[in-house]
Design a protein around this ligand. Structure first.
Ligand SMILES: C[S@@+](CC[C@H](N)C(=O)[O-])C[C@H]1O[C@@H](n2cnc3c(N)ncnc32)[C@H](O)[C@@H]1O
Length: 462
């Protein structure tokens, strides 16, 4: 056997120190939870053996809970801690709805009662406005009631898949872990998605393990006419697997089942009929894994907010930026009376599908493919519109807001799925002369820390 002499300086120049264990890992202490932080975890301070106060983050707790915790791992500026004993629970503690809530990383706040939960989401919107420079009294006047999607309403989900010696798992990752958990009584998903999940577990159990093991994730969207399923795998399916998947799609009445390996384009394995969603009675085909608002109720709340703003603004020329396949586009063009809409989107597939539906319906919509991060509509181009609507991904719409600040129209409607970038974008627009007139918080990710915000902005008259 060869013996390798390692030069300790060869790689980093300095001799490696033996790793020293953090003495606080494993330390136990009683704590009283002070507040629920932005991610839904409880925040508290424990007294360390040296007398210093150490920040801890604890899952599944509420303000006022007294628990004994063990520090488990460094997390940001503090430690993630696990409950080892419940001493007293706050009166607002609600029994969680799913049996696997404590283990599952999908929900953060199932244990909060409905009223406190509503208040917590409202405060999240309020904090975003305060950070955007709005004063507290104005923020309270601006924020409408939170529109919360009910349990069992989420119409799209990405399930992680693990097929191994311990069984078949199709579900979500555990809290701060890579372990995939089955979620047989998930309370947030539509029943159609739940039925698919358990049928898919059975299907994978019936497959040769070598092939089932290739499947890593499965994304499911409930379109208006059935399920659209996209399987992410590490290798192509063989002929048997293709036939089995096609038979599975038939028995489960799946509209389309596609397969995707890495960054390669997805490939339909069973295309029984094209998944469609309707906006203002116009049917639009959707792409495998393509964007759709997470719940019908959330989409309805956002579209209603857009429509009531239209009544007040009465625009003639509208720009719908980051339009996707048109959740707002058709409402902007067709609700009440017809208006000209320029719909802008960078995803080529969404552009093609929207273009198709526009052509079929003869709607007054021009669809433009453009990257609005690199090439926002310029102040000069914006002069053609009397209303701009934007609904960017989590990164927000900084470049576009900078152009709006210079030359945007009187009215802007902003939709955001990330309070942090919402705050930043609102600051830019306020510095450019816009005032926020109304904010509607929309909660499509029940019991999570996510929040969507809809805002009406108007340029201050000189
Ligand atoms: C939150 S979704 C909103 C889609 C649509 N408004 C809806 O409600 O269904 C954000 C959209 O922005 C698109 N997008 C992402 N980056 C973009 C970019 N740089 N330029 C233009 N569109 C982009 C995505 O493809 C996606 O369709």
């Amino acid at each position: 056997m060869k013996h390798h002499h390692r030069n300790p300086r060869a790689r980093g120049g300095r001799k490696r120190q033996p790793s020293r264990r953090d003495p606080l890992i494993g330390f136990e202490a009683p704590v009283t939870i002070e507040q629920v932080g932005a991610r839904g975890d409880g925040i508290a301070h424990v007294a360390a053996p040296d007398g210093k106060a150490v920040l801890v983050y604890v899952d599944c707790v509420l303000p006022g809970d007294e628990v004994r915790v063990a520090l488990r791992q460094k997390r940001g500026d503090g430690y993630g801690a696990e409950i080892v004993e419940e001493i007293t629970r706050s009166p607002s503690f609600n029994p969680p709805r799913c049996s696997h809530f404590k283990e599952c990383g999908g929900c953060a706040l199932q244990h909060m009662n409905d009223e406190d939960y509503r208040g917590w989401k409202h405060d999240k919107a309020r904090t975003a406005l305060l950070r955007a420079g709005i004063d507290a009294e104005d923020a309270d006047d601006l924020i409408a009631d939170v529109e919360i999607s009910p349990p069992a309403s989420r119409r799209r989900a990405g399930f992680s898949v693990h097929v191994g010696a311990t069984g078949v798992f199709v579900g979500f990752h555990g809290r701060f872990s890579h372990t995939v958990l089955n979620v047989p009584d998930c309370a947030v998903l539509r029943p159609e998605l739940m039925a698919f999940r358990s049928a898919f577990v059975d299907f994978l159990k019936s497959c040769p393990p070598d092939h089932a093991r290739d499947i890593k994730e499965v994304f499911v969207t409930l379109a208006d006419n059935g399920l659209d399923v996209l399987v992410h795998a590490s290798a192509d399916p063989n002929l048997d697997m293709r036939q089995d998947l096609a038979a599975f799609a038939d028995t489960q009445n799946i509209a389309r089942l596609s397969w995707k390996v890495g960054e390669r384009p997805d490939e339909p394995v069973a295309a029984r009929h094209t998944p469609l969603v309707a906006f203002e009675n116009v049917e639009v085909p959707i792409a495998p894994g393509g964007f759709l608002q997470a719940t019908r109720e959330g989409e309805h709340a956002l579209v209603s907010a857009v429509k009531s703003a239209l009544d007040e603004i009465a625009p003639k020329q509208v720009a719908d930026l980051f339009c996707g396949v048109g959740s707002f586009t058709f409402a902007l063009a067709l609700s009440g009376k017809r208006r000209s809409v320029t719909a802008v989107e960078s995803d080529p597939r969404a552009v093609e599908l929207l273009q198709y539906a526009v052509g079929q319906s003869g709607s007054p919509i021009k669809v433009v493919k453009r990257d609005l991060f690199r090439q926002p509509l310029t102040a000069t181009e914006l002069a053609a519109f009397d209303l701009v609507v934007f609904d960017p991904p989590r990164a927000g719409a900084l470049a576009q807001c900078e152009e709006l600040a210079v030359g945007g129209p009187e009215w802007v409607l902003a939709v955001s799925c990330n309070p942090a970038t919402f705050t930043r974008d609102m600051r830019v627009l306020r510095n450019g002369g816009y005032e926020i007139e109304k904010v509607v918080p929309v909660d499509q990710f029940l019991w999570s820390s996510h929040l969507e915000m809809f805002a009406v902005l108007r340029r201050k008259q000189a």
